[in-house]
Design a protein around this ligand. Sequence first.
Ligand SMILES: O=C(O)CCC(=O)C(=O)O
Length: 405
Amino acid sequence: MYQNILLPNYYHNIMATEPLIEIKDLPFKAFKDYHIENKIMGTIQYSDYSTMCYHQFFSDVMLKNIPCVIKNVTNSWECSKHWVVDEKINYEYLIKEYGELEAPVANCDIITFNSQCKTNMKVKHFMQYLKESNKEKILYLKDWHLKRLRPDDKFYEVPFIFASDWLNEFAMDNKDDDYMFVYIGPKDSWTPFHCDVYSSYSWSVNVVGLKKWILLPPGEEEKVKDSLNNLPILFEPEKYKNVEYIEVYQEKGDCIFVPSGWHHQVFNLSDTISINHNFINSCNIEKVWQSLVNNLVAVENEILEFKESQEFMEQCQLILKSVFGMDFSSFLNLIIYIGKKRLKHLNRNNNVVFEKFYYGKNHLQYDLLALKNIYTLVQSHELFSQLPNSIITNLVQVMDSINKL
Ligand SMILES: O=C(O)CCC(=O)C(=O)O
């Protein structure tokens, strides 16, 4: 089956402006070889958006799970024209366009249960605060779903290198919660040390301002946990010896790609606006599955004394959903949905997958092979047979169809 599917039968050169997204004949059996994570880095790779190639980013960055900075991403973005004036935030424009909308705002000075205290605020009130020169407190507007609130407002474009985004594709097709955010913060606002939701990838683009990022390769965070296994709210490098980390300055127009499982923290060194997406695709789906399984094991250990009760599995899934954001059923619904959609698209041309992008045939096939790999892992998990019948049936059906290709 691999031989059939991986013949170099279809390849398009990708131009930055083309919505067709294709990968070269990437051998799936070499998939594992790409997961070589370079722990001792010290530096970060830089590219210029105008010269990037989708296939290269796919195989050399996403599959290898390494961070990188991409320069000059916002040249054609509407928001970089309207939200910025004289290299500063255009308060009046944002008040006029979005002033009456509500957005979540964190108080960076008040920490409860190891996270910043959050409330909702009207955007016009936040902008008034932002204009003040002597700020009494540091507020940070974050995780604002502006795209969901204003679907017809094309204030930015998803960079073509991030066209493969199962999480937001699923969310948009199913009118579910998306993972597309706007952040607006004054100088000295910050985001605590954390790893992204579901161990997803993220990309973050600075529309205006300067950010400093600190990123730790997976596993390094273990070295900074306290005796109760808790992570610090901020990682202070000077307190530790032998912790590998990368420090990056993100300027206006720069995009940072944050790989799966890399803990990070962010400081705004000037008034800053950024746009971020979290995403999952064929390159990190196995990491997301592994993270889900690890979180389940942690939950089971927490309530081990109830192991013999009939509701144990159900309770563990409920807790998993509240701590990890996802349980087994939601993970399976995502991968079954993407599998069915890719199978349907394989027989057609010009199918929009996400945003305005559509995949070439190799990409569809590659996704299906990655999904088959995950379905096999899921099926071999001890809980598989206890999942709802509808999920088991759907998964078996999709897998059969992939096997017949
Ligand atoms: O820009 C920020 O303050 C935080 C962004 C972040 O942590 C992320 O995109 O994962």
